[in-house]
Design a protein around this ligand. Structure first.
Ligand code: PBG
Length: 331
């Protein structure tokens, strides 16, 4: 029997028939305002060094930062995130280079603020891993990453970066209680307008490998980060982490990595009305990038991955693709 006429009465394909109609019912969109661009720093002059495990991503010496930041400003990217590749020779078990007011991050903050004023926001990580000889985010004592002593150092690191002119302090270390201590310190030092973007939900992930190569901590890292970063089997614990950081004074929170944790972004969004920043981490970047280079997937897969964060509830995304994509060609 051939069914004609009224069956079925509801046809969802009707709204998908034309491009104008698809655009009309589109629930989420991506704009350049949603993108944060990470930048790796290296010592020396006139350097732009490719990172092997992250095709299309480079480390820049301070005097070469204009190459990437001019482009970012032209595209209206709202913020950059700075990460240093520290010379192995100056790493030690306390990560004391983190408190050197002439370290790479401080130099970069100075340079960018002087040259670009407030045309682009600067975010920088607070954690010790770019500076420690063992690659951990905190102080290592008797095989343990000690919490409170580490926090004391992180507070000083945050203060230093804020004094240099950093707009957004982003603690990525996952120590307990650090947001409160950093907020108090900044407020006491008349730096109450400096924002805190907490890496509130950061999993002990297998997707950070290329980043660790990029900052030179990969070969140094002893063991793993499971005693401070979250266990990726867990979901509700993320709510507790975010609740604590909001109470301690975080202005925004990060969920990291990104694509394997879209459920977490959605849960955080449903439970708190705080801006959520998704971090599409280095491993995610390299997988997609390699897939495109080998023609396994096409370029539009980048856009699809970024939209997934918006759909899940993210306000913005830290992504190594930020300076590489032309959004108009995707829409
Ligand atoms: C370290 C830090 C990491 C990333 C950002 N800050 C790595 C780690 O915790 O080992 C990862 C970013 C990425 O993989 O893109 N504090």
């Amino acid at each position: 029997m051939i069914i004609t006429g009224k069956y079925p009465s509801l046809r969802l394909r009707r709204s998908r028939k034309f491009n104008w109609s698809r655009r009309l019912v589109q629930e989420n969109n991506l704009s350049v305002n949603d993108l944060i661009l990470p930048i790796f720093l290296t010592e020396g002059k006139n350097k732009k060094i490719p990172i092997k495990s992250m095709p299309g991503v480079f480390r820049y010496s301070i005097n070469n930062l204009g190459i990437i930041i001019d482009k970012a400003i032209k595209r209206k990217i709202p913020m950059i995130a700075l990460f240093p590749y520290t010379n192995q020779k100056i790493k030690d078990s306390y990560g004391s280079e983190s408190l050197n007011e002439n370290n790479l991050v401080c130099q970069a903050i100075n340079y960018v603020k002087k040259k670009y004023k407030n045309k682009i926001g600067i975010m920088s990580d607070v954690a010790l891993d770019p500076y420690t000889s063992h690659g951990h985010d905190g102080i290592l004592k008797k095989n343990e990453i000690v919490n409170d002593e580490t926090v004391d150092l992180l507070v000083e690191q945050a203060l230093l970066q804020a004094k240099m002119g950093c707009d957004v302090i982003a603690p990525s270390d996952m120590m307990d209680g650090r947001i409160k201590k950093i907020r108090q310190k900044l407020d006491n030092e008349n730096l109450q307008d400096v924002q805190i973007l907490s890496y509130a939900v950061k999993f002990a992930s297998n997707y950070y490998g290329p980043f660790r190569e990029a900052i030179g901590s990969k070969k140094l890292l002893k063991g793993d980060k499971k005693t401070y970063q979250m266990d990726f089997h867990n979901h509700h614990e993320a709510i507790r982490e975010v609740a604590l950081d909001i109470k301690e004074g975080a202005d925004m929170v990060i969920v990291k990595p990104g694509m394997p944790y879209l459920d977490i972004i959605r849960t955080v969004k449903d439970n708190f009305k705080i801006p959520i920043i998704a971090y599409q981490v280095s491993g995610e970047y390299s997988l997609i990038k390699n897939g495109i280079q080998k023609k396994i997937i096409n370029e539009k897969s980048i856009f699809e991955s970024l939209i997934s964060f918006k759909r899940a509830g993210a306000s913005a995304i830290i992504t190594y693709f930020a300076d590489q994509i032309n959004l108009e060609s995707f829409n």
